[in-house]
Design a protein. Structure first.
Length: 248
């Protein structure tokens, strides 16, 4: 199954940013797209194609032409919403668009993604709507466009900048696709390991430090030297025996 994940716009696209300039929409869109791609890679018979680029704002016609040319089975465009003339306002919530609600497969996918997004994020449900967007109208496969919150709302903008919220959006979009198309998770080989980066907070006598760690097959691993030295321990390495030591 060929799935196009489309991060809307580009880094330098005019106007596609929060009123204070602290968030450019493409950074949210592309980050969520990358997370969705990583999650979908764990399912059978799935090929993920990006139509966006970090170096330029790919024209809409080029995006849809490419999706049509490769015979994609599905097109999902990811966005952060905006309203008004560049000022902060109170409009908030998540909405998902299709070209026509009579397009059954697109509507099924939109409703699935929208429902999971609201459940995952707890944000206002603005519903599934029709829109005459190019990426929906000109694609020859089921297509949806997801607006994951308003970057013109101060509270929502802070969420859109957070890795936690981006993760929730990616989880919801992935689950919506998986549920709609009944995708099957790949069987894990004995030598495979599921690795995820995690942040770990260390506390020592009122001092706090956040370090990077890894979650590998359900177990948390942390860098020994960085952690040991934070707690005032001496970390050694015996190169001959390939063995680390921790002492105080």
């Amino acid at each position: 199954m060929k799935i196009v994940i489309d991060a809307g716009h580009g880094k330098e696209t005019s106007g596609k940013r929060s009123p204070d300039g602290t968030l450019r929409e493409y950074y949210f869109n592309s980050d969520v797209a990358t997370k969705v791609k990583e999650q979908l890679s764990h399912f059978e018979d799935v090929e993920i194609i990006f139509t966006h680029s970090d170096s330029r704002d790919v024209p809409l016609q080029e995006r849809t032409d490419h999706a049509n040319k490769i015979g994609a089975d599905l097109f999902v465009s990811i966005h952060a919403n905006a309203i008004g003339s560049g000022e902060w306002n109170s409009v908030a919530g998540i909405e998902t668009f299709v070209y026509k609600k009579s397009y059954t497969q697109s509507l099924r996918l939109a409703e699935s993604i929208q429902n999971v997004l609201i459940k995952e994020t707890g944000r206002k449900n603005r519903g599934v709507k029709e829109a005459n967007f190019h990426v929906l109208r000109e694609t020859s496969m089921p297509s949806v466009l997801v607006e994951c919150e308003f970057m013109t709302n101060r509270e929502a903008c802070e969420l859109l900048k957070s890795d936690s919220y981006r993760g929730k959006c990616a989880n919801a979009i992935t689950k919506g696709i998986v549920d709609t198309y009944n995708l099957k998770r790949k069987k894990q080989k004995s030598e495979d390991k599921i690795v995820n980066s995690v942040k770990i907070d260390l506390f020592n006598n009122g001092k706090k430090e956040t370090v990077n760690g890894y979650l590998i097959d359900g177990k948390t691993y942390i860098e020994l030297r960085e952690t040991g030295e934070f707690f005032g321990a001496k970390v050694g390495w015996d190169n001959t025996n390939k063995r680390a030591s921790l002492s105080k």
